[in-house]
Every structure is written in structure tokens, then in C-alpha cells.
Design a protein around this ligand. Structure first.
Ligand code: FAD
Length: 546
């Protein structure tokens, strides 16, 4: 099989244009092309009015070796790589201790799935509830302002990305094609087939709920167990005479203990109490950079027009997204993040008395507003006014989330402001054309005190710069709500590069977003696979490769 990359065709090309283009590219007669499949389809929208589709294709031809030789200098004609998943180890017949996975977000799900598929019958401990009950609790905050601290947007079956846009692209280096395994398992669990080939796949929140249940059923069918309402509150660690630390199990919130020498920490970025526990137990953690800012909402039609021009509404294109970066003179960067076309802004706190924003969409992406985080990068040196040590970033997050809660009126409404007023430095008194979508509500105010001064200044400088890239971005009626503080983990739980175990605690496998090794659903799932492989190799006594 040959892989052809970067084959460009106009957006509205007829079906036969694709085989014709393949034949022309390879210089072969019609009969020599036996079959082809689309591996990836993206688009290039840089030229408004002339959007091109860009294909990666897998092609079966009559004389592959001769064609490869003829195109030896063309990097767009190569043998198709083998992207099938290969298990690294199988569980021994007598398994002494089943591995434990803490957390059932994308990272924990895929760690558990791979372990289950390799016969290790993992036990997953998840502090939140099964996804249907969790959905009710999450809506209880959005509709009635009741927060459930262990069952919300951040915590519960499916993890943080369950109520999301379900975007599945990632920029990680994935030489072993683990991302392909994740997408294939998602399709088996009910995701649309197209996620296998469109360049920026998304699933939307409704389907994610069913998929998560199906993935759970697959793990259980293979002897794994998923236990809900099981918050891990402590680690059992033994230290030998040489000072070497080995994990021996976990202690649960109800006092129960579970023994295992292999514990995966797939906690997500909001498990602040668990980070505190790990720090107190001496597990090596360090502060890590992340970003803070606001959510911004525009009419989706404005973004569509700016990005697609006269080709707006084409079914292949769907609702337009964007990705923007502005590097300020003071060295701060402001960028758009987690953009949700045709979606809504959601209340994403997991702690009482705090307000946090995030975004989600349905698969159809047909709500009126486009939303995205508009965030400024911050580094450990910025955390000093709020605390010290590896947890200082959490202290910063808590400070501004509490402040946002009070600015919003103390009832989980988010503080909000029109972009025009934010740029002019005056409080908003009324919303305009853009109705903010955040539930349970938005309290209009002046956001200039909602974040540290440097972040407010950086975002003020970035909006006009973004307006030069997307006309109308600085629309005075566009809405800002805040605060957006959970962009990635404020800590890194450092691990060795070779066996993926904690720097100072053997048998402990920090993984996914919370440990600082992923950012997003796909990369967290891929990291879950890597860590599951490391656990499998450790249990069977084989070595891990980095
Ligand atoms: P998480 O998904 O956070 O899962 C961690 C799990 O661990 C949680 O279920 C938690 O309850 C559990 N846990 C924590 N502490 C304990 C404990 N002590 N004991 C037991 N269980 C515990 N990413 C994308 O790629 N695309 C998107 O469109 C997207 N949209 C998002 C929208 C929203 C509203 C949010 C909040 C996030 C979004 N993200 C998105 C980010 C994405 O969800 C995360 O990057 C991803 O979920 C990280 O996966 P994870 O498994 O590492 O952690």
C-alpha cells in the first residue's frame, strides 16, 4: 500500500476528481489503480473564496515497488506505515496484585483499557459518579447553582472532557501511532467513523457520554473493575533502609485500603486535594507554567464569514474554528485555547465558592455563539505572591477563582463584560448583540480587576491584534466571562523517562494532564496507553523503552 500526502483539490470537487488526481500524481493508467481510502482530509482556508481540500490517501496499485522506485525522491509518495496497535506484554497466569488506576478520565480509561486487553484486570478508583448521575449533578450547578464537589464538570466518569466539544486533535509526537488506537477504540465505542479521517475531529458532548459507558463495559467484560464514589485520600508507601520508596497501595476516603505495587495517577488538573496529599507524602512534584484569562464569545456567523468568506455554510467545512497567538512586547503571550465553534460557555468549578469558565458544544456545533479561552501564559515566578513551593500555582488559581465568585455576586454567576467596555476600561451595564451563554448566569462588571494586572494588560493588547487576523474579533458587543484558570495542570508530578515511574516513588505512575504529561483528550488517552505499557512491562519483568 502507498501513502500519498498533500494532494490538493478544490472544496467542491466531483467524486471522480480524487482517483483522477491519484493517477495523475503517480503517472499511472486507470487500470493500475486498484483501490484507495482516505486516511486524512483537511482543508486550507488561507485563500478566502478558494478553500482547498488536502488529502492523505492510502492507495493500492498494480506495481507498488516500481512506483516507489520511480517516486523515490518524492516525500509525498511513501509506503503506508503500519499503524496497528501492538501489545507489549500479556499478564502472567498468576497475577499477584492487580494494578490500580486512579481516575477515569481519558488517561485512566485508556490505561485501564490497555491493561484489561492485556489481561491485567485493573481496578479503577474514581472519586466521582457514573456518567449519567454525574450529568445530573453537573446540571444542578448550571441550573440551580448547587455544586457537588466530587461530581461536576471536572470529576466523575469520563473525566474533564466529558462535557466538552470533544475535539480530538493534538500536536503530540506520536511515533508509535497510539493516537490511532485511541480513535479506533472511540469509533468502536460509538464515535462517528469520520474521526478516523477528518483532520480536526470532534465528537460533541452527547455522544461522549454513551462512548464513555461503552468503554467502561469493554473494560469490565475483560475482568477490569471501575469503582465510583471512591476517592483516594492517601498513598501507602514503604521506605527501605536505603531510603528507596515503593508504593504498596492506596487508602480511600471511607478508610478502606487496597494493596498494589502498581498505581497509576490519572488525576486530571483539578485534583488539588490529591496533589496536596502527594506533596505531604513526599512524592516529587514541581510547579509548572500554565495560562489564565477569560472566555470570549462572538457570533459564530462572524467567525464563519471571516474564515470562509463566500464558501460559508459548505457542509464539509461546518462551523469555523480559529487559533490565534499574540506575542506581547513584555514577553507575555496571549493565545486562544479550547475553541468551541457553535457552543456554550460552562461553569467548570470543582470547589465551592469559586468560579471557573470553560466551553463545550454538541456534535452539530449549531449554537449562536463561538467561544474560546483567551489566555495569557504565566510561570512559576508569577506564583510567588500567592504561595511557595510546588503548589503555589494552585494558590494563584484559588485566589482568582474566589475573586471571580465574589465579582459574580457570590451565587456562581460569572463576572462578565462586553469587549468594547473591557478595552475602554469601563464597567458594562448591559449586554448587546452577543448574549452570554454561561449558566447559571453572568453578572456584568469591570473585568480589569479580575486577573493580575499583567494578564489584563496582555489580553487588552492582544484583542486588537486578533482583530487584524479575524475581522470583527474586537466587536464591542463580544462578551468576556471569567475566569479561565484550569487551562492545564499547575503542577508536574515528575517521572523517569524510561520506566515512567515517579522520580522518587517506585510503582507510582504519574500520567495524563494532572501530572503535566498531556493537554487534551487525545494526548491524555495516548499517555494512558504509554503508562499502561510501562506497568505491564514492569509486572512481567520486562524493560520499558522510552
Ligand atoms: P481528567 O479527564 O481530568 O480525569 C481525571 C479523573 O480523575 C477525574 O474523573 C477525577 O474525578 C478523577 N480523580 C481525581 N482525583 C481523584 C482521587 N483522589 N481519587 C479518585 N479519582 C480521582 N480537551 C480536548 O482535547 N478537547 C476538548 O474539546 C476539550 N474540551 C474541554 C471542555 C471542558 C469543559 C473541560 C473541563 C476540559 C476540556 N478539555 C478538552 C480538556 C480535557 O478534558 C482534558 O485535557 C482531559 O480530560 C485530561 O484527561 P485526564 O484523564 O488526564 O484527566
Amino acid at each position: 500500500m502507498l501513502r500519498l500526502t498533500d494532494l490538493k483539490l478544490p472544496l467542491d470537487h466531483p467524486a471522480e476528481a480524487l482517483p483522477n488526481a491519484i493517477r495523475a500524481k503517480l503517472g499511472i493508467a486507470p487500470a493500475a489503480l486498484r483501490s484507495f481510502t482516505v486516511f486524512r482530509r483537511g482543508y486550507d482556508a488561507r485563500k478566502r473564496g478558494a478553500i482547498a481540500l488536502i488529502y492523505t490517501l492510502d492507495v493500492e496499485v498494480a506495481d507498488e515497488a516500481a512506483l516507489l522506485a520511480r517516486h523515490a525522491d518524492d516525500r509525498h509518495v511513501q509506503p503506508t506505515p503500519d499503524t496497528s496497535y501492538k501489545f507489549v506484554a500479556q499478564a502472567p497466569a498468576k497475577l499477584e496484585h492487580r494494578p490500580i488506576v486512579i481516575g477515569f478520565g481519558p488517561c485512566g480509561i485508556f490505561a485501564a483499557l490497555i491493561l484489561a486487553q492485556s489481561g491485567f484486570r485493573p481496578i479503577v478508583l474514581e472519586r466521582g459518579k457514573a456518567v449519567r448521575e454525574r450529568t445530573k449533578d453537573t446540571w444542578d450547578l448550571w441550573r440551580k447553582r448547587n455544586l457537588h464537589p466530587d461530581s461536576n464538570v471536572q470529576f466523575g466518569e469520563g473525566g474533564a472532557g466529558t462535557f466538552s466539544d470533544g475535539k480530538l486533535h493534538s500536536q503530540i509526537r506520536d511515533t508509535q501511532h497510539h493516537g490511532r488506537k485511541v480513535l479506533a477504540e472511540f469509533v468502536k465505542a460509538g464515535a462517528p467513523e469520520e474521526i478516523l479521517y477528518v483532520s480536526k475531529p470532534h465528537i460533541g458532548t452527547f455522544r461522549l457520554v454513551t462512548m464513555v459507558e461503552n468503554l467502561r463495559a469493554s473494560i469490565e467484560a475483560l475482568g477490569g473493575e471501575i469503582r465510583f464514589d471512591q476517592r483516594v485520600d492517601d498513598l501507602l508507601v514503604e521506605t527501605d533502609a536505603q531510603g528507596e520508596r515503593q508504593v504498596r497501595g492506596v487508602r480511600l476516603a471511607d478508610g478502606g485500603e487496597l494493596r498494589s505495587d502498581h498505581v497509576v495517577l490519572a488525576l486530571g488538573h483539578s485534583a488539588r486535594d490529591t496533589f496536596e496529599m502527594l506533596h505531604a507524602r513526599g512524592v516529587y512534584l514541581e510547579a509548572k507554567p500554565f495560562s489564565i484569562g477569560f472566555r470570549v464569545e462572538h457570533p459564530q456567523s462572524l467567525i464563519d464569514r471571516a474564515r470562509f468568506g463566500p464558501q460559508v455554510g459548505h457542509p464539509i467545512l461546518g462551523a469555523a474554528d480559529y487559533k490565534l497567538v499574540h506575542h506581547g512586547k513584555d514577553g507575555r503571550s496571549v493565545y486562544s485555547f479550547c475553541m468551541c465553534p457553535g457552543g456554550t460557555v460552562v461553569a467548570a468549578t470543582s470547589e465551592p465558592g469559586r468560579v471557573v469558565t470553560n466551553g463545550m458544544s454538541q456534535y452539530s456545533r449549531n449554537e449562536r455563539n463561538a467561544n474560546a479561552a483567551l489566555v495569557c501564559d504565566i510561570r512559576p515566578a508569577d506564583y510567588a505572591p500567592y504561595g511557595e513551593g510546588p503548589l503555589a500555582g494552585i494558590a494563584l488559581q484559588r485566589h482568582w477563582e474566589t475573586h471571580a465568585f465574589h465579582m459574580g455576586g457570590g451565587d456562581y454567576s460569572a463576572p462578565g463584560q462586553r469587549v468594547g467596555d473591557f478595552l475602554a476600561g469601563r464597567a458594562s451595564r448591559a449586554v448587546g448583540e452577543v448574549q452570554p451563554s454561561y449558566k447559571p448566569g453572568v453578572h456584568l462588571t469591570d473585568l480589569s480587576t479580575a486577573l493580575p494586572d499583567y494578564a489584563v494588560a496582555a489580553i487588552r493588547a492582544a484583542i486588537p491584534a486578533f482583530d487584524r487576523q479575524i475581522r470583527g474579533y474586537a466587536l464591542p458587543d463580544a462578551m468576556l466571562t471569567g475566569v479561565e484558570t484550569r487551562t492545564s495542570s499547575p503542577v508536574r508530578i515528575r517521572r523517569n523517562d524510561d520506566d515512567l515511574q515517579s522520580l522518587n516513588t517506585h510503582g507510582l505512575y504519574p500520567a495524563g494532564e494532572g501530572a503535566g504529561y498531556a493537554g487534551g483528550i487525545l494526548s491524555a488517552a495516548v499517555d494512558g496507553i504509554r503508562v499502561a505499557e510501562a506497568v505491564a512491562l514492569s509486572i512481567t519483568g520486562e524493560r520499558t523503552e522510552s
